[in-house]
Design a protein around this ligand. Structure first.
Ligand code: GMT
Length: 381
């Protein structure tokens, strides 16, 4: 097939999934055209059968802000026409799915649109009244729609009241590469346990809870905290560590391309998010044998098994999460057993190949026009 993939180029999960799907499809012999405002971080080197198309919204004196969605739709239509694309796979509804529908109109319906819902495009920003109608339209009119967890599918039905098939295709992970560098001595220059958090430091990630969990654990066990990523709440988290007098024990590494090196020397992964449709960062930690301590929200219970490969606690219960971390770091045999169970689950249940098969099946369904004849699945509407 000739497939377009449209995504954001930030370090966020939707861009990671989009790029990894694209690379996997290209490895299977498909022709893949990635459209994004800049090269996504996971598209590092040259990949056979992968084209990259930069989307730029030109400024004009009349515009208060350059209309990215229109520029994206235009680019989609041009690339689809000149490269004979059959499918446009939109990752994150706003504005990728709406732009893809416009491109489909521009090409008289010759392009099929597959939309993957990732998380806050449904649970936060998509539910905002200023976007809701257009997200509903995108979900209703796409030729196929997928969601990354059963939780997200059900939230979509609940919020948008759409009456159509939405397939659950979870995030996936490949077996970890051997780490490029051994950074444990830099991250934790002592015989300490290493707690790690990776995110884009948006409010939904509750990075202050991460700091408070660490603050509690360090009172009882020697440890260090590694904070990977960047975003609006980083300054507040750094200020908190300084005010509480433990800044020397926390490494804020900023954005990192090679998270394998960090995860390979981590003991526990922290994800106390307010909502998480799936939790790709948790899955990547699990693939590296790192047990996860997280909040019991959204799709996280579909990924982490409480008491088997991690712990899930009520949202905001930093005390319980700190106790869970202490349970793990005080008992290295238990921590290792959890890590092995986590890796086994990540690499079996969320293995790349069968999940990419499901995306291929979604493309086939879109091409065959099966949307309207499918039975509507289990979710409430
Ligand atoms: O930042 C992004 O690219 C998307 C982001 C979001 O907020 O929607 O991440 C979501 O997509 C990931 C990949 O499917 C999921 O693993 C994350 O759980 C999800 N994030 C949230 O739901 C907060």
């Amino acid at each position: 097939m000739r497939i377009g993939i449209s995504c954001y180029s930030t370090f966020g999960g939707s861009g990671v999934v989009a790029t990894e799907v694209g690379k996997a499809l290209a490895a299977r012999g498909h022709e893949v055209h990635l459209l994004s405002p800049s090269v996504p971080p996971r598209l590092l080197g040259f990949e056979d059968r992968v084209w990259f198309h930069e989307v730029t919204a030109s400024p004009y004196p009349l515009f208060e802000a350059a209309p990215f969605s229109i520029a994206l739709a235009s680019k989609m239509a041009d690339v689809a026409e000149h490269h004979g694309l059959e499918i446009m796979h939109a990752h994150y509804a706003i504005p990728h799915a709406n732009a893809a529908l416009l491109a489909r109109m521009a090409l008289d319906g010759k392009l099929k649109v597959v939309t993957t819902l990732h998380g806050t495009d449904i649970t936060v920003v998509g539910a905002d009244p200023s976007y809701l109608s257009m997200v509903r339209l995108a979900i209703r009119e796409s030729d196929a729609v997928t969601a990354v967890s059963a939780y997200l599918r059900d939230e979509t039905y609940r919020t948008f009241k759409v009456d159509r098939q939405i397939d659950v295709i979870p995030n996936f992970v490949a077996p970890p590469d051997s780490p490029l560098t051994d950074c444990r001595s830099w991250l934790a220059p002592c015989d300490c346990s290493v707690l790690t958090h990776i995110s884009n430091f948006r409010p939904v990630k509750r990075v202050l809870d991460v700091m408070k969990i660490f603050e509690r654990v360090r009172q009882e066990h020697p440890c260090r905290l590694v904070m990977v990523g960047d975003g609006p709440d980083r300054p507040e988290a750094e200020a908190y560590a300084r005010q509480q007098g433990f800044a020397e024990e926390v490494r804020f590494t900023g954005k990192q391309l090679n998270i394998s090196s960090v995860l390979a020397c981590s003991d526990v992964f922290l994800l106390p998010s307010a909502t998480e449709s799936f939790g790709l960062a948790a899955l990547e930690a699990m693939a590296h044998r790192v047990p996860v301590v997280a909040s019991r929200v959204g799709g996280l219970p579909e990924v982490v098994r409480h008491g088997v490969d991690g712990f899930l606690e009520p949202l905001g219960d930093v005390e319980a999460m700190a106790e869970d971390v202490l349970t793990l770091v005080r008992d290295t045999r238990l921590c290792k057993a959890f890590g092995l169970a986590a890796q086994d689950r990540a690499l079996s249940t969320f293995a790349e190949d069968p999940i990419v098969d499901q995306y291929e099946a979604a493309y086939e369904a879109a091409l065959s026009g099966a949307k309207r004849t499918m039975d509507f699945g289990a979710g409430p509407r």
